[in-house]
Design a protein around this ligand. Sequence first.
Ligand code: HEC
Ligand code: HEC
Ligand code: HEC
Ligand code: HEC
Ligand code: HEC
Ligand code: HEC
Length: 386
Amino acid sequence: MKRLTNLTFAAGMVVALGMFFSSCEGPAGPAGIAGVNGKDGVNGKDANATCTQCHNSSNIIETKTLQLDNSIHFFGTTVAEASRAGCAPCHSSQGYLDVIANSPFYNNYSVKNVPSNPSPVGSCYTCHNIHQAYDSTDWSFTGGAAFNMLIDSTIHLDLGEKANVCARCHQPRPVSPKPNLTTPTATMTIGSYRFGPHYGAQSAIFAGKGAFEFQGSIAYIQGQHNGMACADCHMGETDGIYAGGHTFNMANAESGSDNVAVCQTCHVGLKTFDNNGKQTEIQGLFAQLETKLDTLLDKDGTGAYTGYTDIYDPNYNPNGRYKSSSTSSFTTAQKTYNASLPSLTITNTVAAAIVNFMLINKDNSFGVHNYPYAKALLQNTLENLP
Ligand code: HEC
Ligand code: HEC
Ligand code: HEC
Ligand code: HEC
Ligand code: HEC
Ligand code: HEC
């Protein structure tokens, strides 16, 4: 009945519109010649032959989904940052794909279209070409191509496609103002709390590229993990559903224990990530650099300089120290507190040392990613500080 009513209504409308138009147009001319026939379309895919390569009873999608539930890529809250064009490339699935499609080498890392309903990084569509060819070749990687690093666009980074897909996001952001080591003792002013390379410094340390390489007593050599893909360790054998595989976690998110199974294939008998005390050694050098920076930068004598680590969030750091622009989102208390501080004017050497400190800090593997490089960077930076 309802359908019939609608049809009747529609027919009435056609008549009414026809009358309306005919009242202001002249008579129609003769009909044109019939057009050439179009080409036959490409045959559709046979669902049985292609869809079932993935959609089948093997649980291939479900197991990965479950593992992703335990990955910060999926449950993390920083997808909220995707509302900004410059943050969306690394904090949302759509933003990542947008930048790959529109600026392949990340020279411009702003998205063209800010996603209004951002999906988390952990969506299958972020890393795999899901529903492109509609067959199992779609497991290939979206962001596998080499790219120019944000921190220094003259560095063309190619860690192989299985690692490039991660490294595009897990790379430091550009540092502004950029320290210039050709004039090490010249000064520069740091105007923002957010001076530094951002959080995801891993690919820089892993590849041994993008840091400020001071000359010193240790040569910059790359470690022997160079050539491995991030997934070779982070997505190795699963430890329950809390480490390995598509959790991307190295330590079991529930028990906290190190997922050393992936290391033991090469390091026979290794019990923790602190292989031969190398992490302890790197942490020791890192602590020395931190103490040194504190001494140099603690202008008001109230606490330690830990850079981005504790200045980012006003809730965690109401007394965040160096001057930020008054338009920043910091607390009133924080802004007032900081108004009394001098802005940070330091030498290029000290500024570069801050960046190196943050790169090691944000890499957060303390030597596992690239032990000889991390050691040289810390030691040589220490030697160059006053
Ligand atoms: C390379 C493996 C693969 C192939 C081939 C594949 N799919 Fe999918 N499909 C996926 C994945 C992965 C998801 C997302 C699952 C998730 O996020 O929970 C998905 C999701 C879906 C969904 C749920 C809605 C959505 O978009 O998330 C439908 C419907 C679907 N696929 C239909 C098909 C059909 C029809 C075909 C064949 C024409 C096909 N798929 C081929 C992997 C595949
Ligand atoms: C689209 C960008 C993007 C890609 C691609 C990506 N990541 Fe991430 N990753 C992130 C972000 C953003 C976070 C932090 C999420 C949060 O806090 O909400 C993160 C977090 C992580 C963490 C947890 C860090 C912690 O502090 O607990 C690990 C480990 C990790 N990623 C490894 C990888 C590996 C390995 C790959 C490649 C297989 C990869 N990521 C690919 C953006 C990405
Ligand atoms: C080049 C990629 C990239 C861009 C661009 C980027 N981020 Fe991130 N961000 C990351 C990665 C990777 C992580 C997680 C690293 C880790 O945990 O080791 C992260 C972590 C964070 C975190 C910390 C999450 C936590 O749990 O501690 C915040 C907050 C954040 N980003 C905000 C932003 C904002 C705001 C912007 C834009 C102004 C932005 N990011 C732009 C890659 C990026
Ligand atoms: C952050 C990037 C990332 C996301 C998100 C991601 N994958 Fe993967 N996936 C990878 C990488 C890298 C590999 C290669 C792992 C290896 O070779 O060790 C892989 C491998 C696979 C494989 C083949 C190897 C295997 O372990 O069986 C399948 C199937 C797969 N992923 C399915 C999925 C599904 C389904 C989703 C979503 C629920 C998903 N992936 C989300 C990065 C990702
Ligand atoms: C040789 C194995 C190995 C390789 C290869 C590797 N990682 Fe790691 N990564 C580790 C270990 C082990 C840790 C954690 C150390 C710890 O928790 O003490 C770690 C730490 C991290 C973290 C910080 C996790 C956290 O909880 O804060 C991120 C993010 C990360 N790696 C990403 C990457 C990316 C991206 C790549 C490739 C460019 C990569 N890793 C290559 C072993 C590896
Ligand atoms: C594919 C083989 C391979 C895998 C897997 C691997 N490593 Fe290594 N690793 C090496 C080689 C080769 C060296 C350099 C030779 C050496 O010192 O043993 C090395 C060196 C190291 C070093 C610094 C040098 C030293 O004397 O200890 C650390 C730390 C380390 N690995 C930790 C790990 C951890 C932790 C894992 C697992 C998350 C891991 N490795 C996985 C091959 C591997």
